[in-house]
Design a binder for this molecule. Sequence first.
Ligand code: AP5
Ligand code: MG
Length: 212
Amino acid sequence: MNIILLGPPGAGKGTQARILETERGLTQLSTGDMLREAKDSGTEMGKMVAGVMARGELVTDEIVIGLIREKLAAGGSGFIFDGFPRTLAQADALGALLEEMNQTLDKVVELRVDDEALVARITARSTCGSCGEVYNDLTKPIPADGKCSNCGGTEFKRRADDNEESLKTRLMAYYKQTSPLIGYYYAKGNHAAVDGLGEIDAVKAEIAIALA
Ligand code: AP5
Ligand code: MG
C-alpha cells in the first residue's frame, strides 16, 4: 500500500506516519526529515537548503524529487509519503516514478485542521533527537523522567522554522503551492479527507476508515 499524507504544517502528518509505520509495517518517507538530516550533517545540499527551510519557503522540485527517487530506487514497497508531493510538478513526478516501479498510489489522505490550531501545535512541538518521536508541550508532553517514551533518548530538539514568522510563510506556501493537489487527487479518484482536529488516536481511527 502506498499512501500520501497531505496537509498544512502541523496537521499531524509526521505523527500519523510514524503510527502507520509501526502498526502496518509501512515505510515513512518524509522529505522534511531528509532535508533536515542533510542540513544537520552539513552536506553541500544541506547548506544550500538551510536558509530556504528556515524562512518556511519550499525547496526546489529538483532537489526533493531527487531525494524521493533515490529512496524508491533502493527498493521495497509500502510507502507513506509525508510532506511530499507539495507541488503539481512533484505529484506528476511521483506518479511517473511509481509507474516505472509498477506500483500504484492507493490513497491520498488529507488531514484537515484549522489554522489557529496549527499555530498552537507548531509553537509547542519538540522532537526526540535520537529517534524523531514527536512531542507537544500541551498535548503530548515529554515524559516526566525526561526520557523519550520510544527510545529512552534524553535530547530533544525544536525546529528552526517552528516560529510564528516562518509558519506564516509555510502556511502561504501550503495554500498557494500544495493545496491544488487536493483537486488533483480528487480528480484522480483517490483523495480522502480526514478531520485532523481530534486527538491523535481519533485521527488514527479516521485514517484507518479512509484506508479500509
Ligand atoms: P516538513 O518537515 O514536511 O514540515 P511541514 O509540512 O511544515 O509539516 P510539519 O512537519 O511541521 O507538521 P506535521 O504535519 O508533520 O505535524 P506533526 O505530526 O509534527 O517540511 C519542512 C520544510 O522542508 C518545508 O517548509 C520546506 O522548506 C521543506 N520541504 C519539505 N518537503 C518539501 C517538498 N516536498 N518540497 C519542497 N520543500 C519541502 O505535529 C505537529 C505538532 O502537533 C506536534 O507537536 C504533535 O505532537 C502535535 N499533534 C499532532 N497530531 C495532533 C493531534 N491530533 N492533536 C493534538 N496535537 C497533535
Ligand atoms: Mg512533519
